[in-house]
Design a protein around this ligand. Structure first.
Ligand SMILES: Cc1ncc(COP(=O)(O)O)c(C=O)c1O
Length: 382
């Protein structure tokens, strides 16, 4: 269902589905009279932890807050370096910088795999490196075997940015359970959308406790506990933040979580349709060909345009037919803010940067919409 805000597009890049169950869950929560962090957030955390199979999940205000707390939790701070792929959303780089650490960018594997290159990661690691923030690009897990081996050898922390990867797996293990701590985003365009929201997951109880404190001002009790009479007062034991999630988004998350498995499989079918229809289009490729589609959460449908294609012109031609596209991502190291940070040559990132194009993908996209995109893209190519 496209709402009024997205109806400019016949095929939006992503779309949310609003149905009676979601409306009712929100209405009930509004009517409960308790809107800020409370029992529904706790239920959502339990359900999410169970879903990915990890002991601790902590809901937060958004995915960027999750990254900030995760990095602080593992001890990143001034003087440290943190390595991450440049072909990425800027949130992890900003979060690293907010801890006082310096982001250092590493390259990707190449056209067929847009995830980080473990060898380049190894050469980016130096004596100051505290952590690596890995991304599972578009919902395809990066080479966690190599990342974990390197991290163990060089004593660095592994933080997963699993914003694209709820429900994705690596060698049978859930993304978000593969590092020391992981971060999810529930932004509106994500596989589990609530508007703004996020989750931190870890198997480490002490780390979970540290993050829990930082999430809410470093205070030892929540307003909810005091409201119930379970706590009379509180102490402040850390310099924290207000990164809490509210009850309304938590119930939205509960509803979306129940659908996530089916919706990821629907995304898989649509992505397979793109792959089949675009196979053989001269010079156009779809990354992650040959990767197990059932292991991916198919967050994005990304193609690499033929070198001769003018991406802006292709996007304009699709936009003309009311098909929304995007680019994931303009490399972070080329943004003004990060031009000087951790400067290293990133030839493969720069090589794909001008050819990336993200096509519409969401679970309730119908076949006629998929066909429209395919037809318009074929016509727009030189
Ligand atoms: C890879 C990645 N990391 C982090 C984020 C940040 O999440 P949020 O927008 O919830 O802060 C996003 C999405 O927005 C993302 O795509």
């Amino acid at each position: 269902m496209s709402g009024t805000e997205t109806s400019r597009w016949v095929v939006p890049l992503s779309d949310v589905r609003v149905d009676a169950e979601l409306r009712q869950a929100v209405a009930e929560t509004l009517g409960s009279g308790w809107w800020s962090m409370g029992p529904r957030v706790a239920d959502f955390e339990r359900a999410f932890a169970e879903f990915i199979g990890i002991p601790h999940a902590l809901a937060v205000a958004n995915g960027t807050a999750a990254l900030h707390l995760a990095l602080l939790g593992v001890g990143c701070g001034p003087g440290d370096e943190v390595v991450l792929p440049s072909l990425n959303f800027v949130a992890a780089a900003n979060a690293i910088a907010h801890t006082g650490a310096t982001p250092v960018f590493c390259d990707i594997l190449g056209d067929s795999d847009l995830n980080l290159d473990p060898e380049d990661l190894a050469s980016a690691v130096g004596p100051q490196t505290k952590a690596v923030v890995v991304l599972h690009y578009a919902g395809f897990a990066c080479d966690m075997g190599a990342v974990r081996a390197l991290a163990a050898e060089r004593s660095i922390e592994v933080v997963e940015d699993a914003a694209h990867a709820p429900g994705a797996t690596y060698e049978g293990e859930a993304c978000g359970t593969l590092g020391r701590i992981s971060c999810f985003s529930f932004f509106s365009n994500k596989n589990l959308p609530v508007g703004e929201g996020g989750m931190i997951a870890t198997a480490d109880e002490e780390l979970a406790e540290r993050v829990r404190l930082l999430r809410s001002h470093g205070m030892t009790t929540l307003t909810w506990d005091r409201h119930r009479g379970h706590a009379g007062s509180y102490d402040v034991v850390a310099q924290g933040f207000n990164y809490r999630l509210d009850e309304i988004r938590a119930v939205m998350g509960m509803v979306q979580l129940k659908r996530l498995g089916d919706e990821n499989r629907a995304r898989e079918r649509i992505a397979a349709g793109y792959r089949e229809a675009l196979d053989g289009v001269d010079g156009l490729t779809m990354p992650f060909d040959g990767h197990d589609p059932a292991a991916s959460s198919h967050h994005l449908a990304v193609v690499l345009l033929p070198a001769a294609a003018d991406r802006d012109a292709v996007r304009a031609a699709l936009s003309e037919r009311r098909i929304q596209t995007s680019v994931h991502y303009p490399p972070i190291h080329l943004f003004t803010q990060y031009r000087e940070a951790g400067r290293r040559p990133l030839p493969r990132t720069e090589d794909v940067a001008g050819r990336l194009l993200t096509l519409p993908l969401y679970a309730h996209m119908d076949q006629s919409q998929v066909n429209l995109v395919i037809e318009a893209l074929r016509e727009a190519l030189p």
